[in-house]
Design a protein around this ligand. Structure first.
Ligand code: F6P
Length: 538
């Protein structure tokens, strides 16, 4: 049955027509305790969704929709190792990456958890060696710089986690991240580094990605330019990949390779060996705490009733906002400078997962799927795009993320930061009416400009402090929320066919740009003209 024909969907449509426009002012006035009730807590995260435009009936109908879409069954299928990534015929078992030692998650009858821990142990030994100086560079110099080369899931997670957990990082190590095929990225990241003290981590699930392989070749040339000796590669390059054959072909000894598996999607891989840079920065013990945080949220998602299951609630609220209230985007607003790359990380997690136009069985979809994710840390965004969120013509549901205790408590910064979180969510929900504005003595002509309609939906996620464990829980919360949304939409959240066309065309065009015959006219008139202009200018 198509999603829009389901009884719960139809009931939600009728419900939305009846109460969807009810103002949050009314919802709070009629139900003064809703702020105490529409909230839930798990794995150290307190989530207040009372400022979403929902009633108890909305939530009941959304859960009914989840039941009709067999969410429980699909969660179980994921944990069972079923090939729920149907278009790629793969299991989806990132939850096994953080399963505790001694536990069991099976794929085709084999427990994969021991393999996960073997790799974690090898990563731990390597990371300790680099951190304590016993792993030396080719000339005997200590490694002081680590450069992760990767893109997409092999970059965004590592960068985000490094920035997020910088407070816990070993400051004697300089971490850099190179992703873009624009040579500027590599040149600027390495210009002040000494190859004798630099370790490259080539991170690529496939080990065939154009950007990563191009940067890896440049890194090798850069290193050999000083180190001269091919055998130096073994001390300065390690690989993280599922593709041992390509790693060996590149010239990295597979002894220096940390593996993962095809059941880990790129955007779900930051807690696999792809997290090697994170482990080098924060150490194996903190990395373990990160995994424990993920695991706590996994357990909650796997076992908690949907009524208080945080990823399920957040996923269903996204369905409500996007498919019924008509929101096209979600703003992610961390009030924590350390989370500055979190919105970028969530862009790939969400949009590469759920930006899909067909169902699992290939039928066209006639409803909206993934919202567009964007955001910046607060309070910076307040002085930039919040104007639109407060007074624009579009609904932009926002996720506010905050931590009660600062890792850097100076002066009254933290109090001011938190005051802004609470002020923004209150202002967005309740706004400011014309009579209030007038009562302040505003001239009539100015009143409309100073009115805030309010009724702008927000969720607030509050944790005590930014720790490796809270970060893990936070990421897992979003991972499972994305899965929940995908189940409702009936799509494959774990493939990414939409990146293929551009990749293939770029390969073709690169060949043409390099060809001796510069008159190629195989494309449309716009592309041909742009290519001509580029050739003439280069
Ligand atoms: O092009 C998209 C993509 O395949 C992402 O899904 C992935 O995270 C990224 O490229 C990098 O892939 P790899 O780790 O194989 O280099």
């Amino acid at each position: 049955m198509t999603l829009t024909a389901r009884p719960a969907w139809k009931a939600l449509e009728a419900h939305c027509a009846a109460v969807g426009a009810t103002h949050l002012r009314t919802l709070f006035a009629d139900d003064p305790d809703r702020g105490e009730r529409l909230r839930s807590e798990a794995a150290g995260l307190y989530v207040d969704y009372s400022k979403q435009r929902v009633t108890d009936e909305t939530l009941r109908l959304l859960r009914a929709l989840a039941d009709e879409c067999q969410l429980r069954h699909r969660i179980d299928a994921m944990w069972r190792g079923d090939k729920i990534n149907t278009s790629e015929k793969r299991a989806v078992l990132h939850v096994a990456l953080r399963a505790p030692r001694g536990s069991s998650i099976e794929l085709d009858g084999e427990n994969v958890v021991p393999n996960v821990h073997d790799v974690l142990d090898r990563m731990g030994t390597f990371a300790r060696g680099v951190r304590d100086g016993s792993w030396k560079g080719h000339t005997g110099a200590r490694i002081k710089n680590v450069v992760n080369i990767g893109i997409g899931g092999s970059d965004l997670g590592p960068v985000m986690a490094y920035e997020a957990l910088r407070w816990y990082a070993n400051r004697d190590l300089t971490l850099r991240f190179v992703s873009n095929v624009d040579g500027t990225d590599f040149v600027e990241a390495t210009r002040d580094l000494d190859p004798r003290e630099t370790l490259f981590i080539i991170s690529s699930k496939t080990f065939t990605t154009l950007e990563t392989m191009t940067n890896a070749q440049s890194a090798r040339a850069w290193a050999l330019n000083i180190l001269k000796d091919q055998s130096a590669i073994a001390r300065h390059f390690v690989a993280v990949s599922t593709n041992a054959a390509e790693v060996a072909k590149f010239g990295i000894d597979t002894e220096n390779m940390f593996g993962f598996w095809d059941w880990v999607g790129g955007r779900y891989s930051m807690d696999s060996a792809i997290g090697l840079s994170t482990m080098l920065a924060i150490g194996p013990e903190h990395f373990r705490e990160l995994l424990d945080g993920f695991h706590m949220m996994d357990e909650h998602f796997h076992t908690a009733p949907f009524e208080n299951n945080l990823p399920v609630i957040l996923g269903l609220l996204t369905i409500w906002n996007c498919n019924f209230l008509g929101a096209a985007t979600v703003a992610v607003l961390p009030y924590a400078q350390y989370l500055k790359r979190f919105p970028a990380y969530l862009q790939q997690l969400t949009m590469e997962s759920n930006g899909k136009h067909v169902t699992l069985d290939g039928a066209s979809i006639a409803y909206e799927t993934s919202p567009i994710i964007w955001g910046e840390p607060g309070t910076n965004g307040q002085h930039s795009f919040y104007q639109l969120i407060h007074q624009g013509t579009r609904i932009v549901p926002c996720d506010f993320i905050a931590f009660s205790k600062s890792l850097n408590p100076i002066g009254n910064h933290q109090e001011l930061l938190m005051a802004n979180v609470f002020a923004q969510t209150e202002a967005l929900a309740f706004g400011k009416m014309a009579d209030q504005v007038k009562a302040e003595g505003t001239p009539d002509w100015l009143v409309p400009h100073r009115v805030f309609e309010g009724n702008r939906p927000t969720t607030t996620i509050l944790a005590d402090q930014l720790t490796p464990a809270t970060l893990g829980a936070l990421i897992a919360l979003y991972e499972h929320s994305v899965f929940t949304q995908g189940v409702i939409w009936g799509i494959d959240s774990f493939d990414q066919w939409g990146v293929e066309l551009g990749k293939a065309l770029a390969q073709q065009i690169a060949k043409e740009l390099g060809a001796a015959d510069t008159t190629a006219t195989t494309h449309d008139s716009s592309t041909n003209a742009l290519m001509r202009r580029y050739r003439n200018a280069r």
